[in-house]
Design a protein around this ligand. Sequence first.
Ligand code: ASP
Length: 342
Amino acid sequence: MNTQTPSLSEAAAPLPRIAVLATGGTIAGAAADATNTAGYQAGVVSVEQLLSVVPALSTVARIAPEQVASIDSKDMSTALWTTLAQRINTLLAADDIDGVVITHGTDTLEETAYLLHLTVKSDKPVVLTAAMRPASALSADGPLNLLNAVTVAAHAAARGQGVLVAFNNKIHSARDVVKTSTYAVDAFHSPEIGALGWVQDGRVDFQRSVVRPHTRATEFVIGANWPHVEIVSSYAGVSRIAVDALVTAGVRGLVVAGTGNGSIHASLAHALADAASQGVAVVRASRVGSGHVMRNGAAADDALGFVSAGSLNPYKARVLLMLALAAGGAGPVALQKAFDTY
Ligand code: ASP
């Protein structure tokens, strides 16, 4: 047996140290029996239990687990967003943390991911993952998604790519990814744009990189000030009642999930134009699910004081609008610049 201590040059570099922050979700869900994938309770399995069923993690990284929350992500709040983003920024500022993985519910994952993409102040990898089947299920998808997320976070190529989502072997940019299925294991896609790359059997392969500014290159700083922004939708027979009530409630911004290219029913358009004339920020997105909304395409944005969301869906447009308003952005010109930039 060779008992010699290796020389410095032969000693293997220590594995990257990755913080795994658990927030709940189906990945931490449990049902009464293993065949139940719909009637379960989300967010009841601890981060230690999640890690314990994936022994291969120890070959990829040194894990620093933290239980930040235990919620069903349908109940995500702006207060928890503040806590999570601040914790990530604190961890990444430390020399002994090389990256962060966040386990999250799938329902609002795309919103949290985009929020972090705009407010994390580090080049170190930040990767979200989740699961469509609870931890108790036959063929649970969480363990492999977790291993893949840590594998991506531990990989040098993930540095500087902004916040990433590792799900079902694909690596997506937080800006582009959306949930596209209520039940399928392949539940996340980046419509039209496609994934950034893939992760499989320990291999990480990026095929393209993120062009729009993110993380350290944004003016957004996470705080506890969340301007009140709501989402309304355009559909056959829609009235102006909801918009008028929200304006009366003091909303600072409204995102409209319009039809097609962000077109808006005349009743709703009149109400939104009135809102804009009172200083409420109005952003036109689309309910379609892919494509983009052209400025001055389906509405006279210049004349009405509206902003176009480009390729952000209504939920991500709301995240950007809140951050832009919190950063002091005011008026359609400044807000349009934010949407054209991020
Ligand atoms: N309702 C769950 C959540 O978002 C769904 C999931 O995680 O798949 O927390």
